[in-house]
Design a protein around this ligand. Structure first.
Ligand SMILES: Cc1cc2nc3c(=O)[nH]c(=O)nc-3n(C[C@H](O)[C@H](O)[C@H](O)COP(=O)(O)OP(=O)(O)OC[C@H]3O[C@@H](n4cnc5c(N)ncnc54)[C@H](O)[C@@H]3O)c2cc1C
Length: 396
């Protein structure tokens, strides 16, 4: 943090003038720092009174890093279903475990989860930890976090993976704080560095303009959340064998500080675009909410669902669950038709893994054409009706 020595500060204002973030203001002849400070150090260099200094918190270096081994996946289970991201985590977890020559385990918590153990083993797990209790049927982040923390403390895995989903994003930072470990959120690539076995965790940074690779050299486990639909699930192999271990859960672990008064399901938009094989997406080029009627017509004709760019969502033309991209969902359908979408990097990161991308845009220089498999340069209000007509003819 930035420390201001009140005795030395003369209130000259040179620090305020040198700050590019308006994070330091001289009030009553004394420099005062606010939360915009990025610790860039420009004010420290420019202070003629030597009144400013940056204090860096002491880096914690954990003892006994070598005691940690194995990869642990936190499986996501809600209302009787194991979320698909859990199988994607097992896919990448299996690859990492094989590279490290260690075991892949998975912890699953819920009211009745034992029936899913075999499919988790078939999908790559060597060990399944079952946390079963009626209390776990309802999601409580503190209880689920306590279960995961219990497994981590007992098993000491070197890597813990969870989905970058609403559940993973609430449980895993909780656990990382409790066990004092590092966490990289929203990873899109995970690799093991051969020379020292370090987990290299790659994720978009600075608005998606660069990919940052993060490592956690001083603490264990190395924890990462992974975006759904970015990693491929392992092909299930029913002949695989593994161990199933039922966890003993102490009474205090199952005590939540949260009382759930009511669970309300969002019935407005049931379609999960991440599960669809065909998506027809609309962007600002639709020009109005009405354009989505045409997009929906094409999607219906193809048996697909409707997706959107953030510009369309921000305009209020379609609700947020349809948004694809960095701050929306990551999708990997067989077919993605982008209509009136420019292809900004923040949109592209959410859909570039689609098997086939068709772009319809009237600007032949639109960046979407750089990632499209097929491109149609033209007005979407002319192209889409033609496409629908042709599809109907072919179906006949
Ligand atoms: C931190 C951050 C996060 C973001 N997250 C996301 C995200 O998750 N998802 C996302 O999508 N964006 C995201 N954005 C916004 C992103 O940068 C773009 O602004 C957005 O994707 C643009 O949406 P668009 O392509 O629909 O609109 P535009 O960029 O305005 O493109 C509209 C396109 O439509 C074409 N067009 C216009 N009329 C027609 C017509 N009649 N027929 C055919 N083509 C036509 C135009 O040529 C143009 O290429 C984010 C931005 C930031 C800074």
């Amino acid at each position: 943090m930035l420390i201001i020595d009140k005795e030395k500060c003369s209130g000259c204002g040179l620090c305020e003038a040198s700050c590019a973030f308006a994070a330091i203001v001289v009030t009553d002849d004394l420099a005062v720092v606010n939360e915009a400070c990025t610790l860039c150090g420009a004010c420290v260099e420019n202070c003629p009174d030597d009144a400013l200094r940056i204090e860096v918190a002491e880096r914690r270096i954990q003892e006994g890093l070598d005691e940690y081994a194995g990869i642990l996946v936190f499986a996501e289970y809600r209302r009787g279903i194991v979320a698909p991201v859990s199988y994607e985590l097992l896919g990448v977890g299996r690859r990492l475990a094989d590279q490290r020559g260690v075991q892949l385990s998975v912890v699953i918590a819920g009211g009745d989860v034992s029936r899913h153990a075999d499919s988790l083993i078939a999908s790559g797990a060597d060990i399944v930890y079952l946390a079963e209790s009626p209390v776990l049927e309802q999601f409580h982040e503190d209880v689920h976090a306590a279960v995961l923390a219990q497994v981590i403390r007992a098993q000491k895995p070197e890597v813990v993976l969870a989905g970058a989903t609403a559940m993973g994003r609430s449980v895993v930072p909780y656990v990382a704080t409790v066990i004092d470990a590092g966490l990289t959120a929203d990873c899109t690539r995970l690799e093991i560095r051969e020379s020292d076995g370090m987990l290299l965790q790659t994720r978009p940074a600075f608005g998606g303009n660069i990919m940052a690779t993060i490592e956690c050299p001083h603490t264990r486990p190395q924890m990462a959340t992974v975006r759904p639909k970015v990693m491929a699930p392992a092909q299930p192999d029913p002949s695989r064998s593994g161990s199933i271990i039922r966890l003993e859960l102490a009474e205090e672990i199952l005590q939540s500080r949260v009382e759930v008064l009511e669970s309300v399901h969002n019935t407005e938009d049931q379609v999960n675009i991440q599960e669809m094989e065909t998506l027809v997406a609309g962007g600002r080029g639709l020009d109005s909410e009405k354009g989505f009627a045409l997009i929906r017509e094409l999607a219906d004709e193809l048996g697909g669902a409707v997706a959107a760019s953030r510009a369309a969502v921000d305009s209020g033309w379609i609700p947020y669950p349809h948004q694809v991209g960095q701050t929306g969902k990551t999708v990997a359908p067989k077919l993605y038709i982008a209509c009136g979408i420019s292809g900004a990097v923040q949109h592209a990161v959410g859909m570039q893994s689609a098997e086939t991308i068709v772009a319809i845009n009237r600007d032949q220089n639109a960046p979407i054409f750089n990632i499209a498999t097929y491109g149609v340069v033209g007005d979407l209000y002319e192209v889409i009706p033609e496409l629908i007509k042709r599809l109907r003819e072919v179906k006949k």
